[in-house]
Design a protein around this ligand. Structure first.
Ligand code: PMV
Length: 289
């Protein structure tokens, strides 16, 4: 029986998280870490998930939504998932996995239909998402994304090198963080607007201001703040990327330094977990068997 292999990348938000929910633009790029999904139709009516990845409930949701679209709820399928992406850190691991599963099970179906199913899965996963993760994981590259107007791919320029530094996994989900900000959204109107301006005229040196604004809306935890202050002390800068978190970790930090080796030395000395990745890689794709 035919085996289908699909891979989809993760993403990092250069600027605009949270503000994007309220209509401001965000700047987002894929990262060179991928989720790979291998699916095979099997005789018996059952869904077998072999997962090196913990999120079996999300996998099941994506599988069931795809089978429903095929009108083949009686089909059996074996799905093997392996991912290089840390889960729940803001690198779009769930969008990458959902997209890869839907694309593998709906191979040959029109793209608009695949989009609809991925959206359904994403909406169930995080209520009220802006749609940003889904767009970048599919399209790849670097894009400006705005709710309502959609995305515009940006021409490749030489993006600087970043380190993605792990500040610890947030215990709050994206939906919870978005809801927390929503409660005080009136108070943050000006902050959202300024974040939107940063996305629009992005330069690496604006990372520091963007981070301060994210701290102002209360989505950054103590540990992440401490790490970021240490990075600033050696002349670098960093911001959270994604929904953040306050009770424990705040997810992945986007770290920058004019002399990246200096940041690397600090991160290694502190024994912080990090990834050095390429930005703007290709979006979801069918892999050769
Ligand atoms: O799922 P995360 O952690 O990458 O966060 C998504 C970014 C938010 O702006 C916080 C939410 C959204 O849907 O855009």
């Amino acid at each position: 029986m035919e085996e289908v292999i699909v891979s989809a990348p993760g993403k990092v938000i250069l600027a605009g998280e949270h503000a994007v929910v309220y209509g401001e633009p965000a700047l987002v790029a894929t990262v060179g870490l991928r989720c790979r999904v291998k699916t095979r139709w099997i005789e018996k009516k059952q869904i077998l998930i072999k997962d090196e990845y913990e999120d079996v409930s999300l996998a099941r949701l994506a599988i069931e939504a795809s089978l429903k679209k095929r009108n083949q709820l009686s089909e059996g399928v074996k799905v093997e998932i392996s991912s290089e992406l840390p889960i729940g850190g803001g690198l779009g691991s769930s969008a990458a996995m959902g997209t890869a599963i839907v694309w593998s099970l709906l191979k040959g179906y029109p793209e608009v239909l695949k989009d609809r199913v991925v959206k359904l899965v994403e909406d169930k996963q995080h209520k009220n998402s802006s749609g940003l993760d889904q767009a970048i994981v599919k399209e790849g590259g670097v894009m400006r994304y705005q709710r309502g107007t959609g995305f515009k791919k940006l021409k490749k320029k030489n993006w600087p090198e970043f380190l993605l530094i792990d500040s610890g996994k947030p215990v709050e989900g994206t939906g919870e963080m978005v809801a927390m900000v929503r409660e005080k959204k009136r108070k943050y109107g000006e902050v959202f607007k300024r974040i939107g301006e940063i996305s629009e005229q992005w330069q690496e040196k604006k990372i520091k201001e963007n981070q301060r604004l994210l701290e102002e809306i209360g989505v950054v935890g103590g540990e992440a703040k401490k790490m970021i202050r240490e990075i600033e002390r050696i002349g670098g800068m960093a911001k959270i990327s994604g929904a953040g978190g306050v009770k424990e970790g705040s997810g992945i930090l986007l770290g920058f330094h004019e002399e990246i080796e200096r940041l690397k030395r600090l991160v290694e000395r502190k024994k912080w977990k990090y990834y050095q990745v390429k930005l703007g890689v290709e979006g979801v794709r069918y892999e050769k068997n």
